[in-house]
Design a protein. Sequence first.
Lengths: 180, 173
Amino acid sequence: MTELNQVDLRMLAAGNKRAWDQFVTLAAPLINAVVRRALASYRLSEEDVMDAAQDVFVRLCAGDFRLLKTYDPGRASLSTWLAVVARSAAIDHARRRRRATTPLDDVPEASLGVEDRHVEKLRIPEGLLTDRQMLVLKCLYDEEKDVAEVARLLKIDAQTVRSTHHKALLRLRAHFQVES
Amino acid sequence: MGTEHTTRKDRELWQGLAASPALPDAPVSDLDFAGWLEGRLPEAVAARVEAAVAADPELRRAALELADVLGTPLPVAPARLAVRAKALVGFEVERHSARAGLFSRLFPRNRGFALQRAVTLAAAILIAGGGFMLGGGLGESMAQERYAMTASQVSSTTDASNDLTDLSTVDGI
């Protein structure tokens, strides 16, 4: 991905064929990996996944490379930005296909599940937890990720994740014990 | 054992709680999201993005997936993905060229090889001009042609008068 971040963006955005071919060679593995990961739960055929990946490249060069020209190397690396764009494009592509072709009876029930409103949940007051604490708890419990994955996401070490988790739970327990 | 017991209790505590619904905020741009994933954002912007990620399950899932993909070695992509993608730009560039006028084709903007074309054109002009000058130029060429015509007229007149002189000599006139 280091090579991808060194692509000549000026030549690329100018429509230079050689620059584009080089870009495709370098970006294809990343876009392929991101799209496949994003569409794993949609149960699409291999052809549909390939179409979704191709759609990412179409978006990048469409309108005289309009999307590519919005990229600012001062704010993020090309590889990360491409990964974000590729994922959004893949999800859009999959939703369009699902809307167009999937009958309701073919959608798994779990995807249609709604929250059980008979269980009254205690509402966490705003400001009780920091955004970081809330994010850590949601990643660990709602997304069922492990400490290492959360640490990688937040670019912090695993011990900091555990510490944040611990402090958040202490606050919650303290607050709701006082309430009860 | 103690850790598991604590984790189960922690999970039960969390499952009995609901976060306050997040107030709608400005959507997070792709660039800000990418910058946040890399830890490159200024503090204020990072805090806003982090709040959005904490509040939005879809954004959270995206963040976790992307962090995972970007942090692991990438598998090789199918060859036809690259083949199809490369074909996109060549086709587009040729379509734009077909619509261009004569002037745009001769002096295209944003095209490769512009310097080489300029050098070739200059060389062609120099060679043509040099050859022309070596040949004497247009004025001299016309003068030579006129001289040649005059010379041929004079020589034909002289020949005719010589013939007449010969005739008279023969006849003794």
